[in-house]
Design a protein around this ligand. Sequence first.
Ligand code: NAD
Ligand code: UDP
Length: 322
Amino acid sequence: MRMDPQKSVLVTGGAGFLGSFLCEQLLERGHEVLCVDNFFTGGKRNIEHLLDHPRFELMRHDVTFPLYVEVEQIFNFACPASPVHYQYNPAQTTKTSVHGAINMLGLAKRTGATILQASTSEVYGDPQVHPQREDYWGHVNPIGPRACYDEGKRCAETLFFDYRRQHQLKIKVMRIFNTYGPRMHPDDGRVVSNFITQALRGQPITLYGQGDQTRSFCYRDDLIEGCLRLMATPDDVTGPVNIGNPQETTIRALAELILELTGSASPLVYRPLPQDDPMQRCPDITLARELLGWEPTIELKTGLMRTIEYFDATLAGRAQQP
Ligand code: NAD
Ligand code: UDP
């Protein structure tokens, strides 16, 4: 499928879970892709099937440093996304979001490129408004353990809109809600990867708190489709736009579904709820429906089956690449 004329496109964080699938989809649509990554949480294995592609180029680079390349579109995805990963080196996480945004916005300013920011539902913090609409300002603890990520992403949004007001940049801000699918890192500590690997290994399923907190899980392919549609909108469409699946589930119900789908007999065990863990999260996607004609198409059960298949192969040492 080809959506618009061939463009030279930069994907930062292109060797990560979402970035690698985005690179693949851009190549399929006929674009030239420059993938930039420092391999903090991503890996060459995610993109090794693309390395020989004539329109694909890989560059090891940290976005906290300036980058001089010529591109027409930028997807700024560089940033660890799992709480375990982003809390490992919190100062670096904030630098990646803030310095990374400044450097990529500077690049967009010089080249005239359209730039899309992979923002997050974490900008809403532990929300007091439910479901979350884009005009909700959020409820974030600025000094807690999640702040390096939440506040970093909030500041990045601020920078995007200031560059728009000050320099008329073509910006798009996408607020991504929990997304899962093949190529997630099996040990990244996120709930879907944890529960599936625990179920497949016959280990206890670790429920934090009572498992009553909710999340809404979007399958990777749906998410990237929404992302590409947002990039293709006219210049006056900036977002922020929520992209996620409004099907909300408790974490306990997710555990039970994964046990059913894997046929695992793993027991459920309870662990302390991490500080500032949001109690509920669900996107209002009215805006995405109106602006992009987009909504998720893949049911949680179907997406989980595909993800379980991927983890099963990965854990057995048969990692699949398309
Ligand atoms: P990921 O950890 O798999 O990918 C992030 C990629 O960025 C990795 O390849 C990593 O090596 C790279 N990276 C990190 N710091 C970098 C730096 N300083 N310079 C260059 N590269 C760097 O995570 P993901 O799930 O693919 O998330 C991608 C983006 O989407 C992130 O910006 C994340 O905040 C956002 N997001 C993801 C989710 C989700 O549920 N997956 C939800 C909300 C937002
Ligand atoms: N969680 C859990 N067990 C795990 C990992 C996570 O109960 O082994 C919970 C976590 O406390 C949170 C939810 O699952 O309430 C989603 O966590 P994740 O780290 O995937 O992402 P978050 O949405 O919190 O950024």
